[in-house]
Design a protein around this ligand. Structure first.
Ligand code: DQA
Length: 151
């Protein structure tokens, strides 16, 4: 079981820190990556941290993860609420999947309450700000440990 975790970020998250800071906070995606790398080092996992505004690129990375990664942490951003294609790609991945949202999507517009990705995700973290990412990695490490312990 690979200890490599893909941390994937969807559209507009490259603007984190500049985009609606009252909702998404002041931290940039580079800050999130730094926090994830610190958590990963502590937890003994490796990460591949990526962001794309293109649905197909996220899908290609999920396909790549099939051969390379033990788990996926994903903030699909707006694709959460629209993309059956991302759900299908995640359904073709065997390891644990954790969905992260910086904001508490269930407190927001009704269209954000529905997530296609949640139909596959083993856990969902929403509303913890950017802290949700290291929290997701902590849980992911536990899930990968549990798999390793299986005969
Ligand atoms: C988001 C929530 C989505 O509804 C939104 O489209 C985003 C970010 C979040 O992290 O809170 O772009 O996934």
């Amino acid at each position: 079981m690979s200890r490599l975790v893909y941390v994937l970020n969807g559209p507009n998250l490259n603007l984190l820190g500049k985009r609606q800071p009252e909702i998404y906070g002041a931290e940039t995606l580079a800050d999130v990556e730094r926090d994830c790398r610190a958590a990963a080092a502590e937890l003994g996992v490796e990460i591949a941290f990526r962001q794309s505004n293109r649905e197909y690129e996220l899908i290609d990375w999920i396909h790549e993860a099939r051969d390379k990664a033990g788990g996926i942490v994903i903030n699909p951003a707006a694709f959460t609420h629209t993309s059956v294609a991302l759900l299908d790609a995640l359904n073709a991945f065997d390891g644990p999947v954790i969905e992260v949202h910086i904001s508490q999507v269930h407190k927001r517009e009704e269209f954000r309450h529905r997530s296609f990705v949640s139909m596959r995700a083993d856990a969902v973290i929403a509303g913890c700000g950017t802290q949700g990412y290291p929290l997701a990695l902590r849980r992911m490490a536990r899930l990968l440990d549990a798999k390793k312990a299986q005969p």
